[in-house]
Design a binder for this molecule. Structure first.
Ligand SMILES: *[C@@H]1O[C@H](CO)[C@@H](O)[C@H](O)[C@H]1NC(C)=O
Ligand SMILES: *[C@@H]1O[C@H](CO)[C@@H](O)[C@H](O)[C@H]1NC(C)=O
Length: 421
């Protein structure tokens, strides 16, 4: 109880000033040829991107944030380059304040008997506490791993779920991570709900025949910073690189050791997609690396939870070609997407399944490509739905998103079991 109250007070006290840094910032939807949209990636804050609805194949649509000064600079550029743009909101700070009030109201009415409910967001301490509680409640199924410290010294905890303590090496393993990108808050509830569904036996086959490694809060430093200081923070909070005083933090999903350093756009510490001084420079990313490597030969499926965009993206993201098992990657992706689409809200667009570079744009150093390169057959970046603004998710949608995502990931688990039988 005590931490919850403290946290509520903290939120209530800070609500007025916290979002001032986005006062007058504008949200625009822009669209154009994919090479043009992707060339903006290092210089503009792209909140989400997706293939354009009406498309002569390679058209992308993106939601971006512009400060008033950036607006003066970029709108003429869009005009000159025949890109479309449309104002979505003329004050981002108001949207963030509204989100925060909604979260506070959700917390006040939340069922206080349990540390976590599915209608509010929680800080990293509460998430780790929940993980410990699950471990205590299901000691025969759950092992809590204290995997190591974040850059700022927070203990990163994750769970291994197994009916055979990971000793039956004939079982396939599935690895899931969440919150590598700090601002993508809704990814953690999806991972936590997955844990809950598994341990409570919602699908006995998935529990008994598969070993699970689930990392619900990969980047607690960045996450806390996005709660307390800057809602749109995406990176870690490390300061081990040159230029860190001015621009701390690394994009965790560019920090994996796969074609690292091959894209100039990721070399600038101040870019939102900064890859870091070296591959695996981030302690948070080494936690994921080590979890993946721990049972590599029998790991069949890896999913990194991100948001937003309703997509399953697979390798290779650095050059746009398909791995040798491209067909299986596509089929498994379609199976998961179809399971989700069956239970999605009517207003949500169907999931897109495809090669990351062909659907969106080129990337290097991603977890999806690295996990495929070390031999895991099925690896995906899963972009959850955004609803409303496609960059923050009102807490009223959490239940829908965790339920439909569970349906999709469970389907992925069954695909893996068929693969092994
Ligand atoms: C909390 O737990 C108590 C005792 O078990 C129960 O009487 C009460 O109804 C619960 N409250 C809610 C909101 O579930
Ligand atoms: C794309 O990358 C993969 C993985 O590194 C490699 O096997 C393949 O040959 C590359 N394809 C092209 C056209 O460069």
């Amino acid at each position: 109880m005590a931490p919850l109250i403290a946290y509520l007070l903290l939120l209530a006290g800070a609500v007025h000033a916290r979002h001032d840094n986005y006062e007058g910032h504008l949200l625009y939807r822009i669209w154009g040829p994919s090479h043009q949209i992707s060339s903006l990636e290092a210089s503009i804050d792209i909140l989400s991107a997706k293939p354009a609805a009406i498309s002569s194949s390679r058209q992308l649509e993106a939601l971006i944030r512009l400060s008033p000064q950036e607006k003066e600079q970029w709108l003429p550029y869009f005009e000159k380059n025949d890109m479309g743009y449309k104002l979505v909101s003329d004050n981002l700070a108001n949207i963030l304040r509204a989100e925060e009030s909604q979260i506070n109201r959700a917390r006040e009415t939340a069922n206080t008997n349990s540390t976590i409910t599915w209608d509010a967001y929680y800080n990293s301490e509460q998430i780790f506490k929940y993980i410990d509680e699950v471990g205590e409640k299901y000691p025969n199924l759950v092992t809590v791993i204290n995997a190591g410290l974040s850059y700022e010294g927070r203990q990163i905890k994750y769970v291994r779920i197994s009916t055979t303590r990971f000793e039956n090496t004939r079982k396939p393993v599935i690895v899931i991570d969440a919150a590598v990108h700090a601002r993508e808050w809704v990814t953690s509830p999806v991972a936590l709900y997955l844990i809950e569904q598994l341990v409570t036996g919602a699908d006995k086959e998935l529990l008994e025949k598969i070993d699970w490694i689930i990392i619900p809060m990969a980047n607690p430093d960045g996450y806390e910073y996005s709660i307390n200081e800057d809602r749109l923070w995406r990176k870690t909070r490390s300061k081990s690189h040159e230029g860190a005083d001015e621009c701390p933090g690394v994009d965790g999903n560019r920090n994996f050791d796969f074609h690292f350093g091959s894209r100039p756009a990721s070399a600038d510490p101040c870019s939102i997609i900064y890859e870091g001084p070296s591959a695996f420079s981030e302690p948070e990313i080494r936690v994921i690396r080590d979890a993946v490597m721990s049972n590599l030969p029998r790991t069949a499926l890896y999913i990194s939870l991100h948001s937003y965009g309703n997509m399953f993206l697979y390798a290779w993201g650095h050059n746009g070609t398909l791995p040798s098992n491209g067909l299986a990657l596509h089929l498994a992706g379609i199976r998961m997407a179809t399971a989700i689409d069956k239970v999605k809200l009517d207003k949500a667009t169907p999931y897109i399944v495809g090669n990351a570079a062909q659907v969106l744009y080129f990337t290097s150093g991603t977890s999806r490509d690295w996990t495929r390169s070390v031999g895991i057959p099925l690896t995906y970046t899963m972009e959850l739905p955004g609803y409303e603004y496609e960059f923050i998710v009102p807490p009223t949608y959490i239940k829908q998103i965790i339920t439909e995502s569970w349906a999709g990931i469970a389907e992925g688990g069954h695909y893996v079991l068929n693969m092994y039988n």
